[in-house]
Design a protein around this ligand. Structure first.
Ligand code: C2E
Ligand code: CA
Ligand code: CA
Length: 386
C-alpha cells in the first residue's frame, strides 16, 4: 500500500468534528492543533513524528475532534487498512491493550449525535478475543497449573550406542489442560518464556529431576532444557547446585541443554557455558545444525555435548547430504572432545547407521518415549541391572 503525503498552510483545517474518519496522519513536518468540536479550544498541540486521527479510524466513528495546521505542515496519510492489517499482525497482548485503551478513551470523550459504525471495532474486538484474550486466559491457567504443580515432567531415555543401555534421560515438560487437552511444550514453554513463569516451570523440572536422580545409579545422567531467562538469572545456578548438594547428587549428573536458537549473541552464550561449567554442570548444544549461528563460531564454544537435530536423522538414510553432515559432525565432535547425541531416532536402520558412525548416544521413539518417574522406577531393575 503506497503512502501518501499531504500539505497544509497555517490555519487550514485537516478535518472538522463530525466528518467521517477516513484516514489517520503522522506529522512529517510542522505542528497541528487538536480542537474540541463544539468550542474552538485547543486540546493539545502535536509536532513532528506524532500520530493523530487514528481513533476515529480504528472504530470507524465520525471525528470527535477537529485538527488544524498550526504552522505549514506536511502529513503522511495512513488508510484504515494499513492500521487494521498491522494491528491484526501484532502481538495479541498489544492488540488487547490497544482495544481496552480505545474503549476507555472513547468513554472519556464527549458524545455527539452520531453513533460509531461498530464494524471495525467489532473486528478488532474479535481479533482480540480470538488471540489476545485467549492468550491472557491461557497464561493465567498455566500459572495456576504451575503453582499447583500440574505441569508434569516426563523423562525420555538416552541410549549409549556402544552398550545399547539407557545411559540417561532428557526431562520434558507436559501440560494436560483440563478443557483443551495436551498442549504442546512448544506452545506453553514459549508462553512461560515471555514472563518469569519459565523460572517456576524450570524449578518444577529440577525438583523432579533431582527426585529421579536420587533413585537411580550414579552413572545415570539427566539433561534439562534451560531458557535464556533462567541462565540470565543470578539465582538460578546457585539454587540448583544447592538443591543437588542437599540431595548428595554430583553436579556432573545434570547436563543443561541450550538450543541453538538461543545462541544469538555468541559472547553471551560463552558466558552462560562458563558459568554452568564453574558450577560443575555439563552443557549440551541442543537442536544442533538448525540455528542461525555459524558452525565455526559454535564450535569455538566449549560445549560438552552436541545434540544433532531430528531433521538430519530423519533423512540420514536417504539423503546423502544429511548423511555427510552427520559424518562431519562426528569427526568435528571427536576432534573437539565433544560427545554426540542423535535425536529423533525412530527406526532400527537409523540406529544401525548411527552406531556404525560412532555416534555416542541415541534418543528417539525407537528407544522409547518420555516416561513418568513411576514408570521408570517400575522398570529400573531391568533397565539398570548389570
Ligand atoms: P527438544 O528439546 O528438542 O526435545 C525433543 C523433542 O522431540 C520432544 O518434544 C520429544 O518428545 C520429541 N521426540 C523425541 N523422540 C522423538 C522421535 O523419535 N520422533 C519425533 N518426531 N519426536 C521425538 P516435546 O516434548 O514436544 O518438546 C518440544 C520442545 O519443547 C523440546 O524440544 C524443548 O525445546 C521444549 N521443552 C520441553 N520441555 C521443556 C522444559 O521443561 N523447559 C524448556 N525450557 N523447554 C522445554
Ligand atoms: Ca532438548
Ligand atoms: Ca532437541
Amino acid at each position: 500500500m503506497a503512502f501518501h503525503l499531504s500539505f497544509y498552510q497555517e490555519g487550514d483545517y485537516i478535518f472538522h468534528g463530525g466528518e467521517p474518519s477516513d484516514r489517520a496522519y503522522i506529522i512529517e513536518k510542522g505542528s497541528v492543533d487538536i480542537l474540541a468540536v463544539d468550542d474552538e479550544a485547543v486540546i493539545h498541540t502535536l509536532t513532528t513524528g506524532e500520530l493523530f486521527g487514528e481513533m476515529g479510524v480504528l472504530d470507524q466513528s465520525v471525528r470527535s475532534t477537529a485538527a488544524r495546521a498550526k504552522t505549514k505542515v506536511t502529513l503522511l496519510e495512513i488508510k484504515p487498512g494499513q492500521i487494521t492489517d498491522r494491528l491484526s499482525e501484532t502481538d495479541p497482548i498489544i492488540q488487547a491493550l490497544i482495544g481496552v485503551l480505545l474503549k476507555r478513551l472513547r468513554a472519556l470523550l464527549p458524545k455527539n449525535g452520531d453513533q460509531p459504525t461498530d464494524d471495525l471495532l467489532s473486528h478488532v474486538a474479535s481479533v482480540i478475543e480470538q488471540s489476545g484474550l485467549s492468550k491472557f486466559r491461557l497464561e493465567s491457567e498455566l500459572r495456576t497449573a504451575v503453582n499447583s504443580e500440574k505441569v508434569q515432567t516426563v523423562f525420555q531415555p538416552i541410549v549409549d550406542l556402544k552398550t545399547n543401555r539407557v545411559a540417561g534421560f532428557e526431562a520434558l515438560s507436559r501440560w494436560l489442560h483440563p478443557k483443551l487437552g495436551a498442549i504442546s511444550p512448544f506452545e506453553f514453554i514459549s508462553l512461560a518464556e515471555e514472563t518469569d513463569m519459565i523460572i517456576e516451570v524450570g524449578s518444577l523440572v529440577f525438583n523432579r529431576a533431582i527426585e529421579l536422580l536420587s533413585q537411580l545409579p550414579d552413572s545415570v545422567f539427566i539433561t534439562i532444557n534451560v531458557s535464556a531467562r533462567q541462565l540470565n538469572s543470578t539465582e538460578f545456578l546457585p539454587a540448583v547446585s544447592q538443591r543437588l548438594a542437599a540431595n548428595h547428587i554430583k553436579p556432573n549428573r545434570l547436563k543443561l541443554e541450550i538450543t541453538e536458537t538461543m545462541m544469538v549473541d555468541i559472547n553471551q552464550t560463552a558466558q552462560w557455558i562458563e558459568r554452568c561449567h564453574r558450577a560443575g554442570f555439563l552443557v549440551c548444544a541442543d537442536d544442533f545444525g538448525t540455528g542461525y549461528s555459524g558452525l565455526e563460531q559454535l564450535l569455538d564454544l566449549s560445549f560438552d555435548v552436541l545434540k544433532i537435530d531430528q531433521v538430519f536423522i530423519r533423512s540420514v538414510l536417504n539423503n546423502d547430504v544429511n548423511a555427510t553432515l552427520v559424518e562431519t559432525m562426528v569427526s568435528l565432535a571427536k576432534k573437539l572432545g565433544m560427545q554426540l547425541v542423535a535425536e529423533g531416532v525412530e527406526q532400527e536402520s537409523q540406529h544401525q547407521l548411527l552406531t556404525s558412525m560412532s555416534v555416542n548416544y541415541g534418543q528417539g521413539y525407537y528407544y522409547g518415549k518420555a516416561m513418568s518417574i513411576a514408570d521408570i522406577m517400575a522398570q529400573a531393575s531391568q533397565l539398570f541391572s548389570d
